[in-house]
Design a protein around this ligand. Structure first.
Ligand SMILES: [Fe+2]
Length: 170
């Protein structure tokens, strides 16, 4: 299980809270991979969870890219490329599981890949947001960001919204 650590902090309240959620969602993959005899419902849940994760990453990545652009962070371009590459990897992996069928080994493999990527990515690129700004010195701005961060979707909201319009991403 991947644990949140202070070394992952970017200094941006919204991005940090989305990273925490992202890590907790990825940890669910690890839980799923430990279910020795998955029942039909668990397999269905897994595939819906994959769709959710893909959407969650797209929403979070876009928000983080906007944040870097807004603060003229030097890591913006590299971050954008890394996000797109990981989203491509995830889509290919998801498609492969859909074709091959549900296997615990695949879930574990995906979990390991996500954990490795998240750690490397946050520590190398996302934390470069930190010196770009001092949000905790600007309480008004921080409050606005936390407010807008409440729009980030959760797993349950996602399912609740599936029959209707797509979750809000702004
Ligand atoms: Fe990033």
């Amino acid at each position: 299980m991947l644990n949140w650590s202070e070394k992952f902090e970017t200094g941006n309240a919204v991005i940090d809270s989305q990273h925490r959620m992202f890590i907790s969602y990825v940890n669910r993959l690890e839980e799923l991979s430990r279910s020795r005899n998955p029942v039909k419902e668990e397999v269905e849940l897994f595939f819906r969870f994959m769709d959710f994760l893909e959407d969650y990453m797209a929403i979070h990545f876009a928000e983080e890219e906007n944040c870097m652009l807004h603060h003229q962070c030097g890591a913006y371009k590299e971050n954008l490329i890394a996000h797109n590459e990981f989203l491509d990897f995830f889509k290919v992996f998801k498609h492969q599981i859909e074709i091959e069928g549900y296997r615990l080994e695949s879930v574990r493999e995906l979990y390991d890949a996500c954990v490795a990527w998240i750690q490397r990515h946050i520590l190398r690129l996302d934390v470069q947001l930190k010196p770009c700004r001092t949000p905790y010195d600007e309480p008004g701005e921080l409050a606005n960001e936390v407010q807008s961060g409440s729009d980030a979707i959760t797993f349950l909201e996602y399912f609740a919204n599936q029959a209707g319009p797509r979750p809000r991403v702004d």
